[in-house]
Design a protein. Sequence first.
Length: 224
Amino acid sequence: PPAPHPRTSSDLSYFLTDEEDSSGLPQAPSSAQPPAQRRREELREGEEEEEKERKRRRGRGRVRSEALLHTIRKTRRVKANDRERNRMHNLNAALDELRSVLPTFPDETKLTKIETLRFAYNYIWALAETLRLADQYLQGPPKQLLLPTYLHPADSPNSASSSSSSFSPPSFSPPSSCCSSSPLSNPSSPAASEDFGCANPDPLFFPGLPKDLVHGVPCFAPYR
DNA sequence: TAGGCCATCTGGTCCT
DNA sequence: AGGACCAGATGGCCTA
């Protein structure tokens, strides 16, 4: 697991300069306490200060010392940071969920955020295209059906990560809901995407369609 | 070592 | 007023 980020709001000392430490503000609890606990206590302190301030305001007008204002601002900032961190965690969780339903190559490193979004775009497009062509087939089967396939980000010539240009996946696993778990040939090699035809498309990737129709699969890259 | 990716903080703006 | 959202800044980690 990745090491925790060294700079988090859990460590309140990050917010305190030397100057602030000597300003008479409540000092952060002893560093012997876990940072999270320290932060919670700091937060409680700030909330208490805020409550006192509210009462004071209700009572006899606004009397705020600079130190108090500073504490209140700091408390709000810490809360906002927590919310923002949580929001980003939720966003990342959603991205992870999206990754989990996309086809992946064995031993492939995790897709980056931008790759995940672009790949999802392509993948959905390819699935929609497959449905459309399958529908065409049902209207009247052509001799040969050209099915679309998505372009894996690792294969995309316009990939966000140019560093992946040397990537040469031997096979990939389709989503579990798609078909068998047997390794499938990669339907979109860079060369194939140039001439719009993949040499060895695997029919397993197109469940429910006659094998002889799944042939000469073109490789599209709708997202640029 | 440079560049890419990421997590986090931060202040501004919008919304409820 | 407070929370959500956003974009810029910053610094750490990793890889070529």
